[in-house]
Write a new protein. Structure first.
Length: 190
């Protein structure tokens, strides 16, 4: 069985589909990028370090988070070669998708390139829970986030097709989309 990488926009269905996979393939372990990002946020905001007698805050940027997610996923596979993993994250980019596809992993990009900003905000509010980082954001900031995610989704759509990576537009009926996607995974997992 192959390792699985679920990439793409926030609120595009990655976590939902990873739970579907875990219910259908019990021998997988999940690595969630959100948890690694939260750990880094905790370190950054709650762990001052001492440097030559002064106290400084650890500064961690987006590239640090991406590197940690890659490292954690790849180290897990290396340390436990008999186990299979699902990586689920919005933090990695198309070059990561290509790299993992070349390794023979199942790579799926979850995006929504053809929704409107209003539909995206409605989707955020429909699926947001208190644990989600977008939960406390203002409607204005949500519109800004969604605008950038839509643009990025279009980029992903173009490049996934170009590089032969499975692209899933999650705008429609997600139950139907995930049911069809699960069948595709079952056909390609060995």
């Amino acid at each position: 069985m192959k390792n699985i990488v679920l990439l793409g926009a926030p609120r595009s269905g990655k976590s939902t589909f990873s739970r579907i996979l875990l219910n259908n393939f019990c021998n997988y372990n999940i690595i969630q990028g959100d948890i690694i990002r939260q750990l880094y946020s905790f370190i950054q905001y709650n762990n001052p370090v001492s440097m030559k007698g002064s106290t400084a805050t650890v500064v961690i940027n987006k590239e640090d988070i991406k590197n940690m997610i890659r490292y954690f996923f790849e180290s897990s596979i290396e340390c436990e070669p008999d186990l299979r993993f699902i990586l689920e994250t919005c933090d990695l980019k198309i070059k990561d998708a290509c790299k993992y596809a070349r390794k023979g992993y199942i790579v799926i990009a979850f995006e929504y390139p053809d929704i409107t900003v209003e539909q995206g905000v409605e989707n955020l509010e429909k699926y947001d829970t208190i644990k989600d980082w977008t939960y406390i954001e203002s409607p204005f900031k949500k519109k800004m986030f969604i605008s950038s995610y839509i643009a990025e989704s279009k980029y992903w759509e173009k490049n996934c097709k170009k590089h032969g990576i499975k692209f899933v537009n999650t705008k429609g009926d997600r139950n139907k989309i995930f049911s069809e996607l699960l069948e595709w995974v079952k056909e390609n997992i060995e």
